[in-house]
Design a protein around this ligand. Structure first.
Ligand code: 0PR
Length: 376
């Protein structure tokens, strides 16, 4: 560390330069995050010092958090949910499965997740001494219920369904999973980290939320399609017993228990999420999802025009394009034209996420470059 302080001017000169090295979202078609809404940024700054790890000191911010959870519950047919604002889908998934494990108290527990599950479940397997069993997918990249059934045994404490898979934007058959979970008396966690702020606004929303009896918890991230600041996730439980099983005794704080994974945690993201959810309302999110779906249809139609098919008809604003040698197409798109796209694991296809920062103009440019790279 430097001995003497450096002037603000010098520091900001360096920071400004450093920021120029980061990618601006303009040509990013691989991210599930976007520019946060202006009002979220302002609210975030206003609450920058609030620490919800010691929420007795910040009762105002804590009330905002309760309101965020209530609004998210409302969006997910859960009029009386319990939860907290996490750092994102990873923390929400960890905590949901940790609560399942603590309640179940079964030796050598396992949880059945779809093969399409986000890599946060691999971290869970490593951390929580829960065996993660991966169920096969059907040709539409939804989890195959026969495979789920075959993997459940007396050590299974719960299932995970994905509502908006990272790679395909697909929704698992959550209704069937819910019925099966009820039949078996096990938990069902829905990972709607991406889909939580999308599915309620689709033309044909599929059942995925607390309206289904078997759904016991949901992860949904305001920092993805919720337009809030990073890091904000939401973890919601139908029954408060889950939060109780996450509690840790915190004797020397202003409150004597804590249920979050992190200790010190941001109140700023809570204020940011509160502000953007209130400001946009359902109408505002509807408009954003409509726009993203229009872009999605535009890219699929344009791709078909040049002979490229999507692997599935997109359910939400995630598209997997079936191009030959996707890895080299991705490399050339980045190196020659500056597009950031990603690749699905199995099969390898070009994965695009049509976030609100994507413009129609850029889709036209992208399709033009894709045609060149694929030599079509
Ligand atoms: N569950 C699902 C279904 C997800 O898609 C993701 C993240 C998570 C859980 C984990 O969420 P957090 O990253 O908030 O903990 N999906 C993307 C991914 O990791 C997130 C992402 C965002 C990737 C922006 C790239 C990017 O530029 O692949």
């Amino acid at each position: 560390m430097n001995e003497n302080g450096v002037s603000e001017k010098e520091i900001f000169a360096f920071l400004n330069y450093t920021k120029t090295r980061d990618t601006t979202y303009e040509r990013v078609l691989s991210a599930m995050c976007t520019h946060p809404h202006k009002i979220a940024v302002e609210a975030h700054m206003q609450f920058i010092e609030a620490n919800l790890g010691d929420f007795g000191l910040f009762p105002g911010t804590h009330d905002l958090e309760k309101e965020v959870i209530r609004m998210m519950g409302d969006l997910m047919n859960g009029p009386s949910v319990h939860g907290y604002v996490t750092t994102g889908g990873t923390e929400s998934n960890i905590q949901a499965l940790r609560a399942m494990r603590n309640i179940s108290n079964i030796r050598h527990p396992n949880v059945v997740v779809p093969e399409s599950a986000h890599f946060s479940f691999d971290k869970i397997a490593d951390m929580l001494e829960i065996k993660i069993r991966k169920a096969a997918l059907n040709p539409e990249f939804k989890v195959d219920m026969n495979s789920v059934r075959s993997l459940v045994d007396e050590h299974t404490i719960g299932l995970v369904g994905i509502a908006g898979s990272t790679e395909f934007g697909q929704i698992d058959p959550i209704k069937e999973m819910s019925e099966f979970a009820v039949e078996k008396g096990i938990f069902l966690h829905v990972d709607a980290a991406f889909g939580g702020f999308v599915i309620p606004f689709l033309k044909h929303p599929q059942p995925y939320d607390f309206a289904l009896d078997g759904v016991t918890s949901i992860a949904s991230d305001p920092h993805k399609m919720g337009f809030s600041t990073i890091p904000s996730g939401g973890l919601l439980f139908k029954d408060p017993v889950h939060l109780k099983h996450l509690q840790t005794h915190t004797p020397y704080l202003t409150v004597d228990t804590q249920y979050s994974l992190t200790g010190t945690r941001s109140g700023a993201t809570v204020a940011g999420t509160y502000a953007v959810m209130k400001h946009l309302g359902k109408e505002g999110y509807q408009h954003i999802v409509d726009q993203c779906m229009e872009l999605t249809h535009m890219i699929v139609t344009g791709a078909r025009d040049i002979g490229i098919e999507p692997l599935i008809e997109p359910v939400m604003n995630v598209v997997a394009l079936d191009v030959p040698d996707a890895d080299s197409v991705r490399k050339r798109l980045r190196e020659e034209f500056g597009w950031q796209v990603s690749i699905t694991r199995q099969p390898r296809a070009l994965r695009l996420v049509l976030m609100p920062h994507v413009t129609k103009k850029n889709i036209e440019l992208f399709l033009h470059d894709l045609k060149t790279v694929c030599d079509l």
